[in-house]
Design a protein around this ligand. Sequence first.
Ligand SMILES: [Zn+2]
Length: 290
Amino acid sequence: MTLLDYLASHVLAFVLVAGLLGLVVGSFLNVVIHRLPKMLEHDWLRQAREMLHPDEPQPAQPVYNLVLPHSHCPHCQAEIKPWQNLPLISYALLRGRCGNCRERISPRYPLVELLTALLSMLVAWQYGFGWPAAGILLLTWALVALSLIDADTQLLPDAIVLPMLWLGLIANSFGLFTDIHSALWGAVFGYLSLWSVYWLFKLVTGKEGMGYGDFKLLAMLGAWGGWQVLPLTILLSSLVGAILGIIILKARGDSNSTPLPFGPYLAIAGWIAIIWGDWITGTYLRFAGF
Ligand SMILES: [Zn+2]
């Protein structure tokens, strides 16, 4: 019996493996969440300089990508050694402090690792071993990264959203989650629905309620789940947004009027709608007496 056969026939073993994988991926997502917005900003500045001063040579930039430079303590700049980079374990062993200068490390790093592991286990449990689980794991990891990047910087990078949109269409060309027509129209209507809301809102109030990143994110969710997941996604995102919005506003005081990003709510709602949408709608219709 090969390892793959074993995982296919033992759900708990697969859930455990998905959890361990989730810890490692969560550790990588921390890097993506922290560095990708900075990489994009460096790139925009370089392009802007190129356009404004095409004749001047570009100033030399230090290498900065997802791999280099190696992670270091933001306080004392000491490089993080490999054994200090183990997800969760290192944070617990170091008691949440830098191994060199003892400065506190943000608990967000282990929390992202833990969250990614738990969500991965849930997906493994729900789908069992196979291609659908692999697809939804990838989607889940992308949504974790997108939610936190949007919460930090109000950006939903195309570098993640667009490849994931294509991947959803490709997966559904094999009918993995829905048929290819539903997926295609899911992407189109996902984009157009929020785009129309955006313009309506702008024409009526003169303000911008959301960004183009949100349209693309909903297009991506539609590409994975098909157009059928869009109504529930929009409904749930308003619900999640209203609940979390009130909690966040209460927590930081009403004086702060910076707009709350919509991306995380869309991501949470879309994730639920893609995985449990049929069950939620079915249960609702039964209770409503249809
Ligand atoms: Zn340090």
